[in-house]
Design a protein around this ligand. Structure first.
Ligand SMILES: NC(=O)c1ccc[n+]([C@@H]2O[C@H](COP(=O)([O-])OP(=O)(O)OC[C@H]3O[C@@H](n4cnc5c(N)ncnc54)[C@H](O)[C@@H]3O)[C@@H](O)[C@H]2O)c1
Length: 317
């Protein structure tokens, strides 16, 4: 083999090595530099005109940004919509009903009083053409710009033994939780790429994508959430060169309409679920606020392809 001949593996396939032995031509992206933290302290030493003030909350701010939250009519999605609005974004919640909930109406008024705005668009994430049209319409209202997307729409599906799990139910859970998250991310990423916006996509997975919920026969849900975690990694790889970050968030047991469907029927389940994490309780929707604020903002600019588990420690036992 000469120095320029591609190296071949044991199957005889070319590994496409360049002459320098590097797999791809490297393009060095500049490391961002900001007057925050130690840099700010050093600047303050030499520049008397430099304003000394805490900048940590500015890093979390999303002024002038546009955010989309699917499943935003209630539960975790509505909480995420309010967080992003509190950070200064104009937020669009997407969900199935033609008219949003009473909670949503209260959130609209609350957000308005905070100086931001919250809007509602009915759509179905499991239908590629439908959700992509909704995303295009939102973009068109905002000069093509979407900066943040939280794909939170999801369903649990009913409990069945794996040997009896009905095909129709399995497909439905996958349609919403897996395909729907993909169609949402795909439509938003397209807009971000077109506009060259280094946005943030946050895919709501679940701890059920990494561990199986003890005593709960949720084969379709668990499978779909595993897919979301891997989807985030895969999207992060493809979209990283465009500066777009993609992460997944994996909540543990949180009291919402989704979990109420189980807890209302079997109240003893709450104590059982609580016993499965070291904090000894299930979580509340507001306990996901920080992670969403962080991933959506410049406070997390070097985080992509990660799965952030917020489970009260459920997965460490
Ligand atoms: N609650 C928990 O314990 C928990 C734990 C881990 C992960 N999650 C995930 O968090 C996300 C939010 O769940 P939640 O607990 O707030 O449940 P929820 O039922 O309160 O909210 C889910 C929302 O998604 C919407 N939705 C369902 N199908 C849709 C579709 N095809 N198109 C558009 N919207 C659709 C629903 O109408 C609903 O408003 C889900 O992805 C869920 O799997 C929840």
């Amino acid at each position: 083999m000469t120095a320029c001949e591609p190296e071949r593996n044991s199957n005889g396939n070319s590994a496409q090595l360049s002459t320098s032995g590097v797999r791809f031509p490297l393009k060095l992206v500049a490391v961002p530099s900001k007057d925050i933290g130690v840099n700010a302290a050093l600047k303050a030493e030499t520049d008397p005109s430099f304003e000394v003030k805490s900048r940590i909350f500015d890093e979390f701010a999303l002024p002038g940004q546009v955010a989309i939250v699917t499943g935003g009519n209630g539960g975790l999605g509505l909480e995420f919509a309010i967080v992003l609005a509190e950070q200064g974004a104009k937020v669009y919640a997407i969900d199935l009903p033609a008219t949003p909930s009473v909670d949503f109406a209260a959130a609209v008024k609350y957000v308005k009083r905070l100086g931001s705005s919250l809007h509602y668009r009915p759509s179905d994430v499991s239908k590629q053409e439908v959700i992509s049209a909704t995303v295009r319409e939102i973009a068109a209202e905002n000069d093509g710009k979407i900066h943040v997307c939280v794909a939170a729409a999801g369903i649990l599906g009913r409990e069945f033994d794996c040997t009896d799990y009905p095909a129709e139910m399995f497909e439905k859970v996958m349609d919403v939780n897996c395909n729907g998250v993909f169609f949402t991310a795909q439509a938003v990423a397209k807009q971000m790429k077109q506009q060259e916006i280094p946005g943030s996509l946050i895919l709501i997975a679940s701890m059920s994508g990494s561990v199986t919920n003890r005593e709960m026969n949720w084969i379709a849900y668990n499978t779909s959430k595993s897919a979301v975690i891997q989807m985030a990694r895969s999207l992060a790889c493809e979209l990283g060169p465009a500066g777009i970050r993609v992460n997944s968030v994996s909540p543990g047991h949180i009291r919402t309409k989704m979990t109420a469907a189980v807890l209302d029927d079997q109240p003893e389940m709450e104590a059982f679920w609580a016993s499965l994490n070291p904090l000894g309780r299930i979580g509340a929707v507001h306990e996901l606020r920080g992670v969403i604020a962080w991933l959506a903002s410049d406070a997390s600019t070097f985080c992509t392809g990660s799965d952030i588990v917020v489970s009260g420690g459920h997965t460490i036992w």
